[in-house]
Design a protein around this ligand. Sequence first.
Ligand code: NAD
Length: 332
Amino acid sequence: MSILVCGGAGYIGAHVVRLLLQRGERVVVVDDLSTGSADRIGEAALVRLDVASDEAPTVLANTMVDEDVTAVIHFAARKQVGESVERPMWYYQQNIGGLANVLAAMNEAGVDQMIFSSSAAVYGMPPVETVAEDTECHPINPYGETKLIGEWMMADCQRAWDLKWIGLRYFNVAGAGWADLADDAVMNLVPMLLDRLERGESAKIFGDDYDTPDGTCIRDYIHVLDLAEAHVAALDVLSEGRQPEHHTYNVGTGLGTSVREIVDGLRRVIGWDFPVEVLGRRAGDPPKLIGDPLSIGVDLGWKANRGVDEILESAWEGWQAGPRRFDPPTVR
Ligand SMILES: NC(=O)c1ccc[n+]([C@@H]2O[C@H](COP(=O)([O-])OP(=O)(O)OC[C@H]3O[C@@H](n4cnc5c(N)ncnc54)[C@H](O)[C@@H]3O)[C@@H](O)[C@H]2O)c1
């Protein structure tokens, strides 16, 4: 028996793969290595494949049968909001086409358990600061739309052939469970700050005139290892043959941290009061976005155990273990 992890060579997927391997599961990773890396997956088997390609349904179905796959965890997707606005059809082809291929292969191979990487981006600009799963979804970019459509596709497969599925809506993922699995893409706040500092530039804050206590945007930061553990909890529920009451769950902490607090926290962790520049607001940034974690606690027995300090310490340790490490001026 094995678990198939699509996109398992990426930042979040590799954390889940490592947790599964640590508890003795057999894991098969399907990944095109476009943003992931084979050295992140340890002794898991690797099938190098673009899940959105024409050959994918057949290769996936054969792999599922040959490897005796019982469940799929699907991370493989393009995830840059700005790029999704510029290349919407590519995002649909990759994220929707890829998921359709995976689901078709599961149906073909008789695999009926699926865990899907969804996102807080499905909520768009919600009218409330703390979102629950029943908050209306109005994504404001093609990336968020592909995540919401992905949830609809699984609901349709549930009706058609009894797919058991859980969609996890991640809030702001950061940190590293192991230094070698740190986020090496520069797309989220913490890596963006470290990227600037390594280049000798000041850190940037986009907008400090929001209606929040310190004027900067507030987000719900979730440690990637907590998030990885949420996948294992979801997998365990489905493998017991239980379909929890809800299908989609926020993976958040219920707590908000401002951009300014992240900057100050990183200064403490690094031991350097690095320079910060405040720029104008970015389009489409809600002032405050926090995920209500009540349902996932009740239904999956999961809660976040790590706070912002652990997120920042582990992110810094991971950055310093990588190729772009730098010495802050105070210790130079
Ligand atoms: N990182 C975040 O903050 C965040 C937040 C919300 C949701 N998500 C979702 O979580 C998932 C994983 O994100 P991540 O941060 O680990 O990203 P990542 O880019 O590090 O990982 C994605 C992995 O999927 C692979 N991949 C992408 N498209 C593929 C394709 N067509 N065929 C085969 N492999 C493909 C990549 O090579 C990579 O290994 C994505 O679905 C993303 O949308 C991430």
